[in-house]
Design a protein around this ligand. Structure first.
Ligand code: SF4
Length: 196
């Protein structure tokens, strides 16, 4: 635990895009130009649309006992914080996050979505002292298709490792490896100062 640092799911997604973003943004504090930010902003339109979805069918389908909407949670144990669209308390005694994506279901689960869901599970389990080994995504642009994600111990381990590395970068100025996808460097706003 490191009490001064609290990491968001968006920062983990930035890290996954290129670990060096964290070094430039959060250690050297050089902001990215807004138009070049990795597309993590879902925007206001998502918020507007999700409020219009009929959620009763979801509740029935998943077996929800109780739910909380737009919960801002933090965890000192994991050094993370974030806002969860919905926290579902399920009939089987566990809890799960539900996140609305203004996206189409392309048949595969992106790592960014997965890691975000894992962080939500960490926040839920730490704050409510409850098991949170699954999460749900609603794909708004696929007629509100509901997808269940299973979260394993290994997923927790992977996210914890990423969080530890981000803390090393922010606290100690550890210079991380670059992205292995070189085409990302072409349009990167840090390309002139990034030593490869
Ligand atoms: S230039 Fe490439 S390696 Fe450097 S920060 Fe940008 S994307 Fe990452």
């Amino acid at each position: 635990m490191n009490e001064e640092i609290s990491i968001t799911p968006s920062e983990v997604i930035e890290y996954m895009y290129c670990p060096r973003f964290i070094y430039f943004m959060l250690y050297l504090k050089i902001p990215q130009r807004e138009e070049q930010r990795y597309k993590v902003q879902r925007g206001k339109e998502v918020h507007d649309r999700k409020t219009r979805i009929n959620k009763k069918y979801l509740r029935k389908k998943i077996g929800v006992k109780e739910k909380l909407i737009n919960q801002k949670l933090s965890s000192n144990k994991y050094n993370i914080h974030g806002v969860i669209d919905e926290i579902l308390f399920l009939k089987d005694g566990t809890a799960a996050s539900l996140d609305y994506k203004f996206a189409k279901d392309k048949g595969r689960l992106y790592n960014t979505y997965k890691y975000q869901a894992v962080m939500y599970s960490m926040l839920i389990s730490d704050n409510y002292d409850i098991k949170a080994n699954k999460a749900f995504i609603v794909y708004i642009r696929s007629k509100n298709k509901l997808k269940e994600i299973t979260i394993t111990k290994n997923d927790f381990k992977k996210v914890k490792k990423v969080l530890e590395e981000i803390i090393q970068i922010i606290k100690k100025g550890y210079y991380p490896k670059s992205t292995s996808y070189q085409k990302r460097c072409r349009d990167c706003c840090y390309r002139n100062i990034c030593i490869k």
